[in-house]
Design a protein around this ligand. Structure first.
Ligand code: E4P
Length: 217
């Protein structure tokens, strides 16, 4: 399973990247706003740091302008994936940009039927938003499961990028189902290391190290 980091914060990306945890990065207008940076500048900096796909989202809602924005975004670096919304115009932009050989991440996906359309439009990635579905009492994981089944049934190569991840259990469930990629905030990825029995066990070992004066160096 590939790990993308869902942030535009350079330091957080660099920390995880140094550990080999970063296969790509996703940004969106809200994350760019939060960073307080210029979209082109910060996206370039991320692309310089990370080898894998870096999603940068268009701002337009009509296909023609989305395509023009996409063409500008892909000039930033070779590893840009243009992010377009799952609207009819977004699908038109997806088809045009992927036909030109660019990576496209179709975002704001909330149903398996939408994901089917994105795959047919040639999307490189489909981003179903798990957390936002859970927020309205729907089952985000069920959508991931349905998309996995549909893509496997017909051999679609679009990668399932589980997005809007809010907890470590979202990552575990996505891995169980076989999502190709998760994108999660750095804090959620780092929280995967936590286990109370690890802390308890380490405390006991440290007490014995002290009691027996065990030294290696
Ligand atoms: C990533 O591609 C999405 O934009 C992001 O995961 C959305 O997450 P949120 O629902 O927590 O804003």
């Amino acid at each position: 399973m590939k790990f993308f980091v869902d942030t535009a914060e350079i330091d957080a990306i660099a920390e995880l990247n140094d550990l080999g945890m970063v296969d790509g990065v996703t940004t969106n207008p809200s994350l760019i706003k939060k960073s307080g940076r210029d979209i082109i500048e910060v996206t370039k900096e991320i692309c310089d740091l990370v080898d894998g796909p870096v999603s940068a989202e268009v701002t337009a809602t009509d296909a023609e302008t989305m395509i023009a924005e996409g063409r500008k975004l892909v000039e930033i670096a070779e590893n840009i994936a243009v992010k377009v919304p799952l609207t009819w115009d977004g699908l038109k932009a997806c088809k045009s940009l992927t036909d030109d050989g660019h990576m496209v991440n179709v975002t704001l996906c909330f149903s398996a039927n939408q994901a089917l359309l994105a795959a047919k439009a040639g999307a490189s990635f489909i981003s179903p938003f798990i957390g936002r579905l859970d927020d309205i009492n729907l089952d985000g994981m069920e959508i991931i499961e349905d998309i996995r089944t549909i893509y496997d049934n017909y051999g679609f190569e679009t990668e399932i990028l589980a997005a809007s991840i809010r907890s470590v259990n979202h990552i575990l469930d996505s891995a169980r189902i076989g999502a190709d990629v998760i994108t999660a905030p750095p804090a959620v990825i780092k929280a995967m290391v936590n286990h109370p029995l690890t802390d308890k066990g380490l405390d006991a070992f440290l007490a014995d190290i002290k009691a027996a004066d065990i030294k290696i160096l």
